[in-house]
Write a protein that binds this ligand. Structure first.
Ligand code: FMN
Length: 204
């Protein structure tokens, strides 16, 4: 079983990456043998999509090959997104332009959003509404919204609000259990059904 965690903040360091690394640690500690790939969009490792992506451009092929290899080998995903001006950061949306159904299709994904205040709902809505159509990523119904993120999931307990921190640690652990359950369940489904149809490459 392999899970890829995408940290969607361009900032370096960022609270989203802190949360992503906590999820990585949780999965490793609670689910022996699981393979994890954490990909951070800190400092914008990928240029914006351009037309040459669709023209077999050598530079793009070289840049994307290792990412596509990791995503293709994954059975599920955790998509961590901060709320930036009520939106998902552009770099994360760009990644969804660069990936397709062959890497993400019909695999479960847990949405985790991050806010230093009371936000975090808008990126959940945006991801559920507009990031799955052609790549067919399957967002599971459970999601985690890490509000007041600076007060939770810090290594030093003195930096945490003890009760909020305990709540998020427990909730993230349970959400990861659910994600892995969906990942197990959808694996045989992808083997049984013709999930890539030559006539229906894109979603409606
Ligand atoms: C450009 C920008 C816009 C932001 N807009 C919002 C927002 O609309 N709502 C919100 O709750 N937090 C907003 N924040 C604050 C983030 O919640 C905060 O930076 C948090 O740490 C998550 O972002 P990070 O993963 O980049 O650290 C914004 C931050 C940035 C950098």
């Amino acid at each position: 079983m392999k899970i890829s965690i995408i940290s969607g903040s361009h900032r370096n360091p960022s609270q989203s990456e802190k949360v992503a690394r906590h999820i990585e640690k949780t999965l490793k500690a609670e689910h022996a043998g699981i393979e994890i790939w954490l990909f951070t969009l800190a400092d914008n490792p990928l240029p914006l999509w351009d037309q040459s992506v669709w023209e077999d451009d050598h530079a793009w092929n070289e840049r994307l090959a290792p990412i596509k290899e990791q995503l293709s080998a994954s059975d599920g995903f955790v998509i961590v997104s901060p709320e930036w001006h009520g939106q998902v950061p552009a770099g994360l949306k760009n990644l969804f332009l660069l990936c397709n159904r062959f890497q993400l299709g019909h695999k479960p994904a847990l949405i985790v959003t991050v806010s230093n205040g009371d936000g975090g709902a808008y990126p959940v809505a945006e991801l559920r509404m507009s990031s799955y159509k052609n790549n067919r990523i399957c967002y599971i119904p459970e999601q985690v919204i890490v509000r007041h993120v600076e007060k939770v999931l810090n290594d030093d307990p003195a930096d945490n609000d003890a009760s909020a921190d305990a709540y998020f640690r427990e909730r993230i652990s349970w959400a990861c259990d659910l994600l892995l359950g969906y990942a197990e369940a959808l694996k045989p489904m992808r083997e049984k059904i013709k999930i890539h149809h030559e006539k229906f490459g894109n979603g409606m």
